[in-house]
Design a protein around this ligand. Structure first.
Ligand SMILES: [Zn+2]
Length: 89
């Protein structure tokens, strides 16, 4: 997904602006993998294969998201995630 588009996304729950961390880009500079974090409710939204996953909690698939989140854990600004939210250090 294009960076300009990602930057326009806001949290579906509180409409706050999301913090973006990019983990992988493709050759044209589009985001392939990354994570968006809401500073207000602390929900995280992974970007997988270029698609931001922003479904309501009850429709999110842990099995799909966790491998990606775990793979990039060392680079995350937080070291713990729980219930689709980041836990501050
Ligand atoms: Zn939020």
């Amino acid at each position: 997904m294009k960076k300009e588009l990602i930057n326009k996304l806001c949290c579906p729950f509180d409409k706050d602006e999301l913090d973006l961390q990019i983990f992988a880009e493709d050759l044209s500079g589009d985001i392939r993998e990354g994570i968006l974090i809401c500073p207000t409710c602390k929900r995280y939204y992974p970007i997988i294969h270029g698609i931001p996953i922003m479904s309501p909690d009850e429709y999110r698939e842990k099995e799909l998201e966790l491998p990606v989140v775990n793979r990039w854990k060392n680079q995350l600004k937080t070291n713990k995630v729980e219930n689709f939210r980041v836990i501050e250090k």
